[in-house]
Design a protein around this ligand. Sequence first.
Ligand code: ADP
Length: 480
Amino acid sequence: MTTAKRLGLTTIALVLMGASAAYYATTMAMKGHGVLSSSLNYLVLALIAALTILMLLVFWRSMHRAMAEVSRQIGDMARTGEVGMVMVRGNNELNEVTVPLNKLLTNTQEELDTLRSEKRELQIQSRIASAEKHHTEAIIFSISDAVIVTNRFDELVLANEAAEELLGFKLNTSLRKNIDRIFSDGSLVRLIRETRNHSRSSRRKIVEHSIDKNGDSKTFTVTLSCVTASNDEVSGVVAVLHDITREKEIARTKTDFVSNVSHELKTPLASIKAYIEMLIDGEAEDEQTKRDFYEIISGETDRLHRLIENILNISRIESGVVKVVREPVSLTSVVKRVLNVAAPQAKLKDLELEERLAPVFYQVEADQDMIYQAAMNLVSNAIKYTPNGGKIIVEVSVDEKRGVAVCSVADSGAGIPEADLPHIFEKFYRVNANKKLAKGTGLGLTLVKHIVESVHNGELSVTSEEGQGSTFSFELPVLS
Ligand code: ADP
């Protein structure tokens, strides 16, 4: 219904109401003079009233429909989230409501658009941040050093597996917890705190730190760096723990090696120098004394030569530059040569040297000279550390089932105390209890172990009982 129609209807309704009021007044006056009957009056009045009510009803219905249309459009906007204009066709009475409402809706729409574009921007930034976070985590997780990241409240925000393993915690249950509740290592916690507190003086520092793990003390370099936010404020600390235990050990071994070598070289040199000086000073009066001096000098020179040879061989094998000539070798033949050379020394000490050698035709693939050197070192040691009158059994056997040739040297000598056994293959290690029995450098067994295990992939073993004797044996695969 158009506004004109509605206005027309309203006017007619008002005219009818006025006419009925005038009619009522006139009929009342005429009735007073007996011109009109009262029943006709009432009929006319009822008609006018009915007409008025009908027109008001039509008006009310039209308004109701317009309101329903407005409500539907607002409902649609609420449901779809799409804000538009409220349009009511031909109902200007509602303009008072719809015009400010549409203004409000236009403003809301603009604000919505701004919010939506800001939301999109934030979503993009959040995706970039999350991708960067994953990237950083992947880098940190791939590092073999232990990495810990804390925030400005000293809470754990990130750590890798190496850190979990080293410091004994689980990242998922420790996140956002204060580090003093996670790490039992108080000095590490202090280091992280100090770095954050004194960030002004230095943003990065490296300290050496020891951690006890399963009874083992390990040494680490801890690199502590401050993480700064865009406003240059410290937002946390990154601690990287690098295990330097092995490096320190190597450095110590090198230093020990150099000082041991120097010491071992000095001893025979000092002795050679002393005897030469005595000869120069004419202190050897007779020929026999002179010969004794020459023999001592010659013996010490041999010792020096052996020492240097051993050092060179060990370092060649360790650095992998040794030239190995592998060929089919009869272990029995090699050991026989060793025994021929060693027999006179054994005789000097009145030692019984028993041979139990497998047939010559069993062969191993080996470097003859090296295997000779290994067997010779074992037999010489047996002679050196067995008191006069003792017994040495040298055996070469073949275990066909296992496909190995075994060379063993058993003596009835001094034996090796249990506490020393794990160390006798270390460079320069000498058993204190046996030092007085013979001179030595502590390099012979190191070389045997290198020759058997590193060069020939064989196995060297020892059993010993203090005061009863020792058995050293090595085995190599036989050629089939
Ligand atoms: P060294 O030059 O001192 O003999 P080795 O490396 O050959 O050096 O041996 C290391 C130590 O092991 C020796 O100092 C010695 O105390 C002990 N040892 C080696 N072989 C025997 C053995 N057959 N009986 C007793 N002790 C031995």
